[in-house]
Design a protein around this ligand. Structure first.
Ligand code: GLC
Length: 713
């Protein structure tokens, strides 16, 4: 009899497991209802899985990484094994000995490509590597607008425009989650500078917030459905972002019907009451110093101070994301093909590099028989950005220089060069040419040497990092002087920039060409060589305006500069939604290089823009040159029912063979034709004016169309 019963019970549990509801929300409800309170709390707080002196040890068998939350085996709930981040699978401080990953180019490079399909591929590449390494949550998807050209983390993000950033972040997230790895979108919201990052209070009025930073999140979340949102360190209009009821509950969970969960940033929780504001999970609790969502939440729950339903809802949100994305599905053992993944990185670098200036010096002519490569450690590799997003590249760092800095974050401040040497790549690409190197360490020597070469390719770098903001427009470490000395000696000089933010160029009038390569990733050297030699035609467009002077910025001095990290600092975003090119337009200022700028080795013409009564745009584009290339069509709204404005409402990257013409249709994002008001998004009836832009500052003829009222959801 016993035997029969045990077979019956076994059959029933198997049947129960098989009978799991298919719908992730129903399945989450079913699982959560079977949990004990202790199990519920267990899911709502996690550790930074790193061996921190004086802190509890990392549990046995848990890989060193950004985050870890233990699962509930009896209910089939997996551990949440979290890794950074948006530019590849990070290996914090190299703690996972020998573990490397494909280092993707910076977010700015990806954004400059204006290529949603490539963004998907980049996200998929990182997701696949994360899964193969045993992670099921990627803390990627940084989408904060580049409000301030000095923000140390702009290299992790996707530029200044909400449509571009939101579209690409959404595709990156979709790509990552297609590999059953939960992606995160961060840092919600208005994480616009590193100075006073914990105490800065971003102040902005509601409509401006909705029409700028929040719009990037809204578009990305709608497109990518990220399993999780990471709230930011800073405050927003008073409350800390992670304890901000308006942001987390009113906007994210109610207005946007977001069904995933909100995790805190690491060390961003100020109390258990953050859960009633809408935070669902405390991350990296060692940094907060208190288990706000651990034992302390258990006590509050028991005492009835926290609504039971809020705790259950938080748990269900985590579970539904796990189920919807399949993060509970065991990963098949996979041997990663790093060479194939590096090709994706190289494609991002090649499509995202922006040719800022070219007097004809590029592509390198066959008549060039000698090249001096100067500076930027170009003999070793290419620069990458610092902080939690730092990837230990395949092949290991070519160069790693500690920078240091205050507090526990100081140990993460290291300049890492990736093992992809532009010098080696140029030599390989130009076998018949004498290609030599000068470090640039002694400008006079470099200048004297430069005289003897047909061409100089001078690399200038600007290291940017989480934890610290840029220091203005001047290139660091005397590089402006180096460039001026070299170009004085040899005007046939091309400057290649490896920067994490816009820089000034006092030498611009003297050099023959400037290529912005950003942080070009795992195969950055090869990508730069292919672009300079013309094997690849540059096609990137600036996703971020380059100011002509520091005084052009909305805030010439960074709020909080020099203050202690504990001091509350107001950050007045008085420019509102006028971020980047919108600011320059509103101020009638001319940047050094505008949003959307980028040259090619061929040329394109556009036919007349036509807009139909439904607001659909049509235009033909022709490649007038002798070689294939990619143009990026930019459609701007310039008049909204009589209200002058400038908003990118649609864009399309188009690759054309020489002489090829293609008719392109562009559909404006409805929310960009509307304004935010008390009734939500509202488009007024009236005449709307549109123009194609070669850049945000060079607009074609305005075409108007009568549009009716609309309330885009
Ligand atoms: C960091 C960053 C966040 C990162 C997290 C885990 O401080 O702000 O982007 O994902 O902590 O490393």
């Amino acid at each position: 009899m016993i035997r029969y019963l045990s077979i019956l019970l076994l059959g029933m549990s198997a049947a129960a497991a098989l009978a799991q509801p298919a719908d992730p929300d129903e399945r989450a409800r079913a699982t959560e209802s079977r949990m004990t309170d202790a199990e519920r709390i267990q899911l709502l707080h996690g550790i930074m899985a790193l061996p921190i002196p004086g802190m509890p040890p990392v549990p046995d068998g848990v890989k060193f990484s950004a985050g870890y939350i233990a699962g509930i085996p009896r209910l089939g709930v997996p551990d949440l094994r979290e890794t950074d981040a948006g530019l590849g699978v990070a290996n914090p401080l190299g703690m996972r000995a020998g573990d490397v990953a494909t280092a993707m180019p910076s977010g700015q490079a990806l954004a400059a490509a204006f290529d949603p399909e490539l963004a998907f591929q980049g996200g998929e590449t990182i997701g696949r590597e994360a899964r193969a390494k045993g992670f099921n949550v990627l803390l990627g998807g940084g989408v904060n607008l580049a409000r301030d050209y000095r923000n140390g983390r702009n290299f992790e993000y996707l530029g200044e425009d909400p449509l571009l950033a939101g579209t690409l972040a959404g595709e990156e997230i979709r790509g990552t989650q297609s590999t059953h790895v939960i992606s995160t979108i961060k840092h919600f919201a208005l994480n616009g500078q590193e100075t006073s990052r914990h105490t800065g209070d971003a102040r902005i009025e509601e409509a401006a917030l909705r029409e700028s930073d929040l719009l990037a999140f809204e578009l990305a979340i709608a497109r990518g459905q990220p399993g999780s949102v990471m709230c930011a360190y800073n405050h927003v209009n008073g409350p800390a972002a992670c304890g901000n009821h308006h942001l987390l509950t009113d906007v994210l969970k109610q207005d946007w019907f977001y069904r995933g969960w909100v995790m805190s940033d690491w060390g961003a929780v100020g109390g258990t009451d953050f859960i009633t504001a809408g935070l669902d999970q405390q991350s990296g609790e060692q940094i907060d110093g208190k288990p706000w969502f651990g034992a302390l939440l258990a006590d509050e729950l028991k005492a009835g101070h926290v609504p039971r339903e809020r705790v259950s809802d938080a748990v269900r949100r985590i579970l539904r994301s796990v189920y919807a994305i399949g993060a509970d599905q065991p990963a098949a053992a996979e041997t990663l093909d790093y060479e194939a993944d590096a090709k994706v990185a190289q494609r991002v670098a090649e499509e995202g590099a922006v040719l800022l200036k070219n007097d004809g010096i590029l592509p390198i002519a066959p008549s060039v028989k000698s090249i001096l490569v100067v500076g930027g450690h170009a003999d070793r590799g290419v620069l990458s950005g610092g902080g939690s997003s730092q990837v230990i590249p395949v092949g290991g760092p070519a160069l790693m220089t500690p920078v240091g800095g205050p507090g526990p974050f100081g140990m993460f401040m290291r300049q890492v060069y990736l093992p992809s040497s532009p010098l080696a790549a140029l030599k390989a690409a130009l076998p018949g040419v004498k290609v030599e190197f000068d470090s640039g360490y002694a400008p006079s020597a470099a200048a004297a040497t430069a005289k003897h070469y047909d061409l100089v390719v001078l690399f200038a770098t600007q290291w940017q990092s989480e934890g610290v903001d840029g220091d203005g427009l001047a290139l660091p470490e005397g590089q402006d002087a180096l460039i001026s000395a070299v170009v004085q000696a040899n005007p046939r000089t091309v400057v290649v920039l490896e920067t994490g933010n816009p820089v000034g160029m006092p030498w611009l009038g003297k050099v023959g060409g400037v290529l912005e390569a950003w942080y070009p990733g795992q195969k950055g050297g090869e990508a730069i060589a292919d672009l300079l030699t013309g094997k690849v035609n540059p096609s990137g467009r600036l996703p971020q305006s380059f100011p002509a002077t520091e005084g052009q910025a909305p805030r010439p001095v960074l709020p909080g500069l020099g203050e202690s990290d504990e001091k509350p600092v107001a950050i007045p975003y008085d420019e509102g939604a006028a971020v980047g090119y919108r600011w320059f337009a509103a101020q009638k200022q001319k940047p050094l290089f505008p949003f959307g700028h980028g040259l090619s080795y061929t040329s394109f013409t556009h036919g007349a823009l036509a807009i139909d009564p439904a607001g659909k745009a049509r235009v033909s584009v022709t490649n007038k040159g002798a070689r294939a290339g990619a143009d990026t069509l930019q459609l701007y709204l310039v008049d909204a029912a009589g209200q002058k404005t400038q908003r990118l409402v649609a864009f399309r990257r188009v690759t054309l063979e020489p002489g090829e013409t293609r008719d392109i249709e562009l559909s404006a994002e409805p929310k960009l034709l509307a304004d935010w008001g008390s009734q939500g998004w509202m488009r007024k009836t009236g005449r709307y004016g549109f123009a194609l832009g070669d850049t945000a500052a060079q607009l074609g003829p305005v075409v108007t169309v009568e549009l009716g009222a609309d309330q885009p959801k």
